[in-house]
Design a protein around this ligand. Structure first.
Ligand SMILES: [Zn+2]
Length: 201
C-alpha cells in the first residue's frame, strides 16, 4: 500500500463528494486505472464507516469519514518506532588489563555497548569528584562510518535530563553529574538505548 501517493483525505473527500469536478475526475481516472492501493483504502473506509452507520458510505456524514480517516492513520500510517537495547560488551574498568600497563595512568573509562546492528562507543573522563565528560559515537557492527543520529539524551533516575551536543559524528556532554542514567539515541525515529549507565561512580 506504499507505492501510490494518493492521500487518504483525498479519497475520503472523493467518496464524500466534497471535491471539485476536476479533482474528482482525476481520482475517478486513477481508480479506473485499477490502483490496488486506493481500492483497498476505499474498501477500508467503507468497512470502518459501516461500523458506525449502515448504508452507502457516499452518504455517510462527514464526521464519520473523518473518524475513519483518523483511525486509519493511527493503525497504518504511524511510523513504528523500534527500540534497540544495547548490552555492555566491554568495560575498561573491569578488564584484566593492568592500569599501569601503558606506563601512564589514564583516568578515562571506555565502554562498548552492542546491539545486533550497532555499537556504541563511550568514553568517560572524570573532570571533578562529581562530574564527568562524556563522549560517544554509534558505529554499525559491519564496521562502516559512524551512524548519523538525530539526538542523544541522558535521563537520570532523579528526573534530570541532559541533551548531548553534536561534534561531527560524536555526541558530547561536558559536565554530567555522577549518577545512574539511561542513554537514549534517536536514529531516524527509532531509539537506541543503554539502561543503567553509571557515570562517575
Ligand atoms: Zn492509488
Amino acid at each position: 500500500m506504499s507505492k501510490c501517493r494518493m492521500d487518504l483525505n483525498s479519497l475520503a473527500d472523493y467518496l464524500d463528494k466534497k471535491m471539485g469536478e476536476s479533482d474528482s475526475a482525476r481520482i475517478e481516472t486513477h481508480l479506473a486505472a485499477g490502483c490496488e492501493s486506493c481500492a483497498s483504502q476505499i474498501q477500508w473506509i467503507n468497512r470502518v464507516s459501516s461500523a458506525f452507520i449502515f448504508g452507502d458510505v457516499s452518504h455517510a456524514p462527514v464526521l464519520q469519514i473523518d473518524k475513519a480517516v483518523s483511525i486509519f492513520r493511527d493503525l497504518y500510517t504511524k511510523p513504528v518506532q523500534i527500540n534497540w537495547l544495547a548490552q555492555l560488551v566491554y568495560d575498561s574498568l573491569s578488564s584484566l588489563q593492568p592500569i599501569m600497563a601503558r606506563g601512564e595512568r589514564s583516568a578515562s573509562r571506555h565502554r562498548l555497548y552492542q546491539t545486533e546492528n550497532f555499537e556504541i562507543d563511550l568514553w568517560e573522563d572524570p573532570i571533578s569528584q562529581q562530574e564527568s565528560y562524556l563522549i560517544g559515537q554509534v558505529i554499525p557492527v559491519n564496521g562502516s562510518d559512524p551512524i548519523h543520529w538525530d539526538s542523544v539524551q541522558l535521563f537520570c533516575r532523579d528526573g534530570n535530563e541532559i541533551s548531548l551536543v553534536q561534534e561531527g559524528s560524536e555526541f558530547h556532554a561536558s559536565a554530567v553529574p555522577s549518577g545512574n542514567y539511561r542513554l537514549s539515541i534517536m536514529i531516524s525515529g527509532n531509539i537506541l538505548k543503554v539502561e543503567n549507565l553509571a557515570l562517575g561512580a
